[in-house]
Design a protein around this ligand. Structure first.
Ligand code: PLP
Length: 262
C-alpha cells in the first residue's frame, strides 16, 4: 500500500515535545511519511519558551511552494503560525495548491503561558484560516478567543460554542474539553451535517503534558487519509494521545513539565 505524505506547517520546539518535532514523530508512529514547513523557531525547553523568531513570510511561501510543486500531500496539520505574515503565506498556499484534509490547531498560548501567536493575528486565523480548514481543534481557551467570548467549562456550553464555531465558517470542529475537571477528558466533534459526537478518554495523572495539542492534531492528520472519515481518525488519535500520556513519565527530557512519549 502507498504510504501517505503528511505535512506539518508549524513551529520548531528544540525540546522535541511540541511543534514540528512532535508532529513528525507522530506521523511516523502512525504509518505516515512526515514532511515539515517551519513557521517559527522557538528557544524552548521543558521550563518554557525563552524566545520566538518568526520565519519571514516570503520564506514560508518559498518552503511551501518548493515542496508542493513537487510532492503529493495527503493531509496537512497546521500548528503555530506566529504572526499575520506567516498566516498570509499559508492562506496563499492553501488557495494555490488545493490541499486535502487540512487540520488546523489554532495554537495561541503554550501551557507555560508563553504566547505563540501575536494577539493581532487572531483575527486573521478566525477570518482567513478557520473557513479553509476541514477540521479545527481548539481547546476551551482558544475557542473563547476565536469567538470573542468568556471561557466556559461545561459540556452544554461546549455544544453551544462548537455550533458558533461552525457559524464562523469552520467545516468541522473538535472542541477539546481537556480543561474541564473530571476523571475523563471529553472532546466534542461537530460535523458539517450538524451531527455531534463525544470522545472520552481516561484522564492520565501526569505533570508531563507538553505537546498534547500538537500530538492530537497531527495524529488526526496522519490517520485521516488512512481511515474512512474524521470520526474514526479522531477516535484513534485520542487513543494514541492517551498512550503517549500514559508513558510520559518514562522520559527524562528536562527538569520542567516534560513531553508526552511518542
Ligand atoms: N512550541 C511550539 C513550537 C508549538 O507548536 C506548541 C504547541 O502547539 C507549543 C510549543 C506548546 O505546547 P504545549 O502548550 O503543549 O506546551
Amino acid at each position: 500500500m502507498r504510504t501517505c505524505n503528511i505535512l506539518s506547517i508549524a513551529g520548531s520546539d528544540p525540546s522535541g515535545g511540541a511543534g514540528v518535532q512532535a508532529d513528525l514523530k507522530t506521523f511516523s508512529a502512525l504509518g505516515g511519511y512526515g514532511m515539515a514547513v517551519v513557521t517559527a523557531l522557538t528557544a524552548q525547553s521543558t521550563a518554557g519558551v525563552a524566545g520566538v523568531q518568526e520565519v519571514p513570510s516570503e520564506f514560508v511561501s518559498s518552503q511551501l511552494d518548493t515542496l508542493l510543486n513537487d510532492a503529493r500531500v495527503d493531509a496537512v496539520k497546521i500548528g503555530m503560525l506566529a504572526d499575520t505574515g506567516v498566516i498570509r503565506a499559508v492562506v496563499k498556499a492553501l488557495d494555490t495548491h488545493e490541499l486535502p484534509h487540512v487540520v488546523l490547531d489554532p495554537v495561541m498560548v503554550a501551557k507555560s503561558g508563553d504566547r505563540l501567536l501575536s494577539p493581532d493575528a487572531i483575527e486573521a486565523v478566525r477570518a482567513d484560516l478557520v473557513p479553509r480548514a476541514d477540521l479545527i481543534t481548539p481547546n476551551l481557551p482558544e475557542a473563547a478567543e476565536l469567538l470573542g467570548e468568556e471561557e466556559r467549562h461545561d459540556l452544554s456550553a461546549m455544544r453551544e460554542q462548537a455550533g458558533r464555531l461552525v457559524e464562523l465558517g469552520a467545516t468541522r470542529v473538535l472542541l477539546k474539553g481537556g480543561h474541564l475537571s473530571g476523571q475523563s477528558s471529553t472532546d466534542l466533534l461537530v460535523s458539517p451535517d450538524g451531527v455531534s459526537e463525544t470522545f472520552s478518554a481516561e484522564r492520565i495523572a501526569t505533570r508531563n503534558t507538553h505537546g498534547t495539542g500538537c500530538t492530537l492534531s497531527s495524529a488526526i492528520a496522519a490517520l485521516r487519509p488512512q481511515r474512512r472519515g474524521f470520526s474514526e481518525a479522531v477516535r484513534e488519535a485520542k487513543d494514541y494521545l492517551t498512550e503517549a500520556l500514559r508513558h510520559a513519565d518514562e522520559l527524562d527530557a528536562g527538569r520542567g513539565k516534560g513531553p508526552v512519549h511518542h
